[in-house]
Design a protein around this ligand. Sequence first.
Ligand code: SIN
Ligand code: CO
Length: 383
Amino acid sequence: MKLAHFDHALFLRDYWQKRPLLIRNPWDQWNNPLDPDELAGLACEEGVESRLIVREGERLALETGPLPEERFGQLAGATATLLVQAVDHHVPQVAALIEPFRFVPDWRIDDVMVSYAVDGGGVGPHFDQYDVFLIQGLGRRRWSVGPVCDADTPLLPHDDLRLIADFTATEEWVLEPGDILYVPPRYAHDGVAVSDDCMTYSIGFRAPSLAELVEGWGEHQADALPDDLRYTDPDLTAQAHPGEISPHALDRLHRLVQASLGDRSAFARWFGAYASQPKYPEIDWRPDEPLAQAEVCARLAEGVGLSRNPASRFAFIRRPDEAVVLFVDGEAIDCAGHRAMFAELICGGLEAQLSPALAVAPDVVDLVTLLVNNGSLAFTEAE
Ligand code: SIN
Ligand code: CO
C-alpha cells in the first residue's frame, strides 16, 4: 500500500514536530492488514508485549499480557481495549505499514502498536513523548487533540496509567478506515471508539532524551579511559585563599572533560551502536546450528535472497573516505568496497537481493555469515 495522496516534503516542513494533522485516506487503496482475532492471538503469546484496559464505571483498569485465552470470553458487554506492542515484529503485513513513513529515518522509528476496541473503548486522555501516526484500520474512532502538555500537567491519581486530569481538547475528528492522524510529542490526545471492531495502528517514533545521551556517551568514554589519565598541575602557584577552586583549575578541568566528550567520530560510532540496540532481543533468529561459511557462500551464489529479522535494527554512517560503518543490533562493523555496498543495500529494507558481484565477494560472504549466525539475517524462504 502506498501513500498516493500525501506530500511528505510539505508535511515535514509544516507539521512534523510542530502541530497535529488529519490526513484523510491518502492511500492508493486501504486494506486493513490484520484481523481482530489475530491480534487477540498475539496478545496471548509469551514474548509479545500487550495490555488490556477495561472501563469499570469511571475508572480504567489495566491488565498486562500475555493474556489467558479465556479472558476474551469474559469480556462480553465490557468496554475494553486491547493494545499490542511491536506487531510489525510478528506480522509482515503490519511491518509493511512502516515503509511509506520512511521519509523519517529508520533510527527515529520505534515500532507499530495495534489497538482494538469495542464501541466506547479507549485508553483515556494522555500525552506521549514521541511523534505518532495513528492510522485508522477498521471501524471508526473519535480523536480529540491538544493542548501541549509537560511535566507540570496535572494527572489523575492512577497507579498504572498516566491520564490527564482536566482534558479539554482544541480539535476533534472522527477517523474512518485509512484516515491518519499525526500527533507531535506532548500533544494531549484521546481516542474513543465510535464503532465496534475499532482497530488503530500507531506508527511510533523515538528520540533519545538528553539524559540518556549524556549518561550513555559519558559512561562509554569513561570505560575506555585509564585511571592514570588525570588532572595535573605542575605549574601550580600559591593562591590567596586555600579554600578557593580557582578559575584556572576549573578551565583546565573543563577542557579535560570536553576533550574526551567532544570526540565527534568516537561519538558517531558510539551512537550508531547505541541506537541500533534491539528492543526485543528475545525475537531470536539464530539458527540451531551455526552455518559454515561454505554453506553461506553456496546459497548466495545460488541467488537466495536475505531477510532481516524485523526485531533487528540496522543503520549506517558514512565516513569521509567512502567507507561506511554498519550498525547491527548494537555492533559496529567497518565496511569498505563491496562490503560498503552491501551495508547500504541491507539498510534499504527488510528484504535484500544481492547482485552477483556482491554475492561472491569474500568479505561480503564473511559478513553475511556473521549476521546470519547472530540472528540478524536469514536466507529468504522460498514461498
Ligand atoms: C490507541 O490506539 O487506542 C492509543 C494510541 C495512542 O494514543 O497513542
Ligand atoms: Co498516545
